[in-house]
Design a protein around this ligand. Structure first.
Ligand code: ATR
Length: 278
């Protein structure tokens, strides 16, 4: 019988997950289908009950349900619990188990362009995406992390909640801009620069550290203003397609035990978005 997978969220019409997962099923010779389901918050509980009743094999969870789904599941992986968000659910013999592949997806993608050991990292932002990324990055040996956020108290709260005072500090956006040359890796997690406000930049850039890596979780536009400017002054840059592909690949692995071709996934997304990668 065909296996069924999907994603629940709102909005969901423009999700690229069906594209890459259905392709990965084909590539792996699996008789499976992945579908995007538009689910509003007041229908979440019913939707999850429906997933159970229909025996859906697994599904992704996206905005705005990543936190709200937790109490509706039978169990949740420890990292996802700590992050406080689930983006992947697997149905194992009727039990719905939640995972978070966003943080690991981000770190695996980043490791393609930089060795993280003993690196000094700046995270811009302290929202949901930053949370998953901070939690996972902090597990890397020797990393030192500064977080700057428009609302400084949110960065402070995050550091306190994860007990990361030893390796992490909160700074203002102005301070981060002044001291940007200190950082080996700069991670942009806010919505600043996202379509349609593509000329916005979270902080002004002058000079940067030699061989610095700038990564942005935004993939629309494919290259944000921050990445364009960083690249122009010598940075190695990585756009949000990489994290997107890796979080999907890790979800696919949880469901099927197979790790799909992430290069192919990225290529599909790039083609779909109609541009070039950076
Ligand atoms: P996500 O789950 O995508 O991370 P979020 O939890 O709403 O979304 O977090 C959005 C992040 O983008 C936050 O760090 C937010 O800063 P605040 O905590 O100060 O709100 C940041 N952000 C959004 N719009 C911004 C703007 N115009 N200027 C600066 N930061 C912005």
């Amino acid at each position: 019988m065909k296996s069924l997978y999907g994603v629940i969220g709102s909005p969901i019409a423009h999700s690229m997950s069906p594209l890459i997962h259905n392709d990965a099923f084909l590539q792996n010779g699996m008789d499976a289908h992945y579908h995007a389901f538009h689910v509003e918050p007041d229908q979440l509980e019913t939707a999850v009950a429906g997933m159970r009743a229909l025996g859906i094999n697994g599904f992704n969870v996206t905005i705005p349900h990543k936190e709200a789904i937790i109490p509706l599941l039978d169990s949740v992986d420890d990292a996802a619990l700590q992050i406080g968000a689930v983006n992947t659910v697997v149905n194992r013999d009727g039990e719905l188990i939640g995972y978070n592949t966003d943080g690991r997806g981000f770190v695996e993608a980043l490791k393609e362009v930089v060795k993280l050991k003993d690196k000094h990292v700046l995270i811009i932002g302290a929202g949901g995406a930053a949370r998953a990324i901070l939690f996972t990055l902090a597990l890397e040996k020797g990393v030192q992390i500064d977080i700057c956020n428009r609302t400084v108290s949110k960065a402070e709260d995050l550091i306190r909640e994860f007990s990361l005072e030893r390796i992490t500090r909160s700074i203002t956006v102005d301070q981060a801009a002044r001291e940007i040359q200190r950082y080996d890796v700069v991670v942009q997690t806010t919505s600043v620069g996202m379509y349609p406000k593509i000329n916005d930049i979270p902080l002004p850039l002058k000079s940067i550290k030699q061989h610095a890596v700038f990564t942005d979780i935004i993939y629309n536009p494919i290259e944000t203003k921050l990445l364009q400017e960083a690249k122009a002054i010598g940075a190695i840059t990585q756009n949000g397609i990489h994290m997107f592909a890796y979080q999907a690949a890790l979800a696919f692995e949880i469901w099927t035990g197979k790790f799909p071709d992430t290069v192919r996934m990225k290529k599909l997304v790039e083609e779909h978005l109609g541009g070039k990668t950076c």
